[in-house]
Design a protein around this ligand. Sequence first.
Ligand code: ATP
Ligand code: MG
Length: 80
Amino acid sequence: MRAGSYALIEVSDNGCGMSETVRAQAFDPFFTTRERGHGTGLGLSTVQGFAHQLGGTVEIDSSPGQGTTVRLSLPLSKQA
Ligand SMILES: Nc1ncnc2c1ncn2[C@@H]1O[C@H](COP(=O)(O)OP(=O)(O)OP(=O)(O)O)[C@@H](O)[C@H]1O
Ligand SMILES: [Mg+2]
């Protein structure tokens, strides 16, 4: 990451959480564990695409049964 000020946005849930195998693939385009026809697998891939385009980062903290936290760091702009 470049030096500067960032906004940190954390979103947490208390859902089923992810195994290490799922977490490792969660950002891959079209990766989904939902039933056929229920998920595009593009949700997290899109979030990661936006974050990187803006010069930020996104990371997932999750384990099975422990819920999930997605942490976004986005650079602050000097322009209003
Ligand atoms: N909050 C979460 N808790 C547990 N697993 C998650 C969570 N978010 C994502 N995942 C896992 O990562 C996979 C990919 O997530 P992503 O959001 O990219 O696609 P999706 O939710 O399956 O489909 P869609 O993008 O259409 O919502 C999910 O199928 C699921 O296995
Ligand atoms: Mg999703």
